[in-house]
Design a protein around this ligand. Structure first.
Ligand code: FAD
Length: 434
């Protein structure tokens, strides 16, 4: 390819598609490069789609996007080995025409999203891996090199939307490789069942959907969570923990997944299912403090590649779409004002991101990743066990006076953590959450 582009977008995931679509719609000459056979072929997500962020890009998306179920119910489970304590929220208000959250299957969704990018006029090349960033003698990014025979491709700006393990940025020394205590490794299976079976097991009708987020002894004291999401004809089920914790404990992701699937609260939901897909992927979980430099001379980084992921609220794709869109809008402002794509000018992207929910949310939870990681035994093992035991004591009617039950429950907490430990945990948690 000898022609020059206004922008090259590396990656056709949520962030890359949002950026490419926004710039192409504004009339910019955009080249998008994706290493997968098609957009989405390499991508893994639970997956919950947050409609609001997509609506800002494609307001009419509900007309033809491959959506699975709209969510009417959210369950949070705190689990020990034989039980779960649940907080369930279900509302008829979620049965609205323009639902706020949907389950999706990324392979189908990204393909559809990419078709919109093409329709907007961008050139999308799949099965093309970007191997290096092309830089001039001053270190300014001027384009990319790919595994094709085309040599260098030049553009005014390169949008790095290459996902969590982005090697390009690392190779070009624009950022460090994510450290093991800043990324989680998640494994996921797709369990196929007849539609009616899924609806009966999850108490759903029509396209209603439910998602379950689970934490506790299922991660064996490691920082991590499990999830179970109902799609139309399959259930997505997975679990992820920090890579550093896998290293420390020597446990394997598939062993954890197997354990999760055999839990008495989970097994009946997937009984008789056929597993047709198995995937593994990293999730950036270092939070605000792990965010690298977001822009430089001739480049910006968006989505997971920029570590923009809110692990507390299990949000990633919405931050990816929003950062991709905002980066594209900042780039377009530079172009329309005929300003160079210098670091100084592209700093606008960071300022716009600072004003958005993306960096506000990330900043709010800036201390949470460290707290969870350094206290994983307490938060993911000890407390779930204590809470489960307390619930069981409370619910068993066996002639024990209630005052004795309360005393023994309190004693079990104090014995496990001591008064100082309990107050310390509550204080640290409240401070990190505020
Ligand atoms: P990606 O979607 O990873 O896209 C990066 C793209 O770049 C890929 O297509 C890849 O093939 C391509 N690429 C990489 N390197 C190159 C290269 N050198 N050349 C060309 N192409 C390249 N988020 C939610 O909002 N809701 C959820 O329910 C949810 N669940 C999740 C469950 C799991 C198991 C995982 C792993 C993640 C989950 N996330 C969820 C997070 C979400 O998936 C990510 O935040 C989101 O996909 C990030 O989008 P992205 O475009 O930045 O990266």
């Amino acid at each position: 390819i000898e022609e020059r582009f206004d922008a090259i977008v590396v990656g056709a995931g949520m962030a890359g598609n949002a950026a490419a679509l926004t710039m192409a719609r504004k009339g910019m000459k955009v080249l998008q490069l994706e290493r997968g056979e098609y957009a989405g072929s390499k991508n893994v997500q639970g997956a919950i789609l947050y409609a609001d962020m997509l609506e800002k890009l494609i307001p009419e998306f509900r007309e033809d996007a491959p959506l699975e179920r709209h969510l009417v119910e959210q369950r949070f489970w705190i689990m020990d080995d034989r039980s779960h304590v649940g907080l369930h929220y279900r509302s008829e208000d979620f049965n609205e025409e323009r639902a706020n959250r949907y389950t999706i299957i990324r392979a189908q969704f990204d393909r559809w999203f990419s078709s919109k990018v093409r329709e907007a006029g961008a050139t999308v090349l799949c099965e093309t891996t970007v191997t290096d960033l092309a830089q001039d003698a001053y270190g300014r990014v001027i384009g990319v090199r790919t595994d094709r025979q085309d040599g260098e491709i030049h553009a005014d700006v390169v949008v790095l939307a290459e996902g969590v393990n982005g090697l390009l940025g690392t190779r070009a020394r624009l950022r460090e490789r994510p450290k093991p205590n800043k990324v989680a490794l998640a494994v996921k299976e797709m369990h196929f069942l007849p539609r009616e079976t899924i609806e009966a097991r999850f108490n759903l009708s029509g396209d209603e959907g439910v998602v379950i987020e689970a934490a506790g002894t299922i991660s064996g004291g490691m920082t991590g969570m499990g999830f179970i999401y109902a799609n139309k004809e399959c259930i997505s089920l997975g679990i992820g923990c920090l890579v550093a914790d896998f290293q420390r404990t020597g446990r394997t992701p598939y062993e954890l997944l197997d354990h999760f699937k055999r839990h008495p609260s989970v097994a009946p939901l997937i009984e008789g299912s056929e597993v047709k897909e198995y995937s593994a992927h990293l999730i950036p979980e270092g939070g605000y403090k792990a965010i690298p430099q977001l822009y430089g001379d001739g480049w910006v980084v968006v989505g997971d590649a920029a570590q923009l992921n809110n692990a507390i609220h299990r949000e990633g794709s919405n931050l990816a779409m929003t950062s991709g869109r905002i980066a594209a809008e900042a780039i377009f402002q530079m172009k329309s004002r005929r300003l160079g794509m210098t670091a100084e000018n592209l700093a606008l992207y960071k300022r716009m991101l600072d004003r958005s929910f993306v960096l506000k949310d990330m900043k709010k939870y800036k201390d949470m990743p460290r707290l969870m990681h350094t206290n994983s035994q307490n938060f993911f093992l000890t407390y779930p066990q204590l809470i489960s035991k307390a619930m069981q004591t409370y619910l068993r009617v066996d002639g024990t006076p209630k005052s004795e039950k309360q005393k023994s429950t309190l004693k079990s907490f104090v014995n496990a953590r001591s008064w100082i430990g309990l107050f310390g945990d509550a204080f640290r948690f409240a401070r990190a959450w505020r």
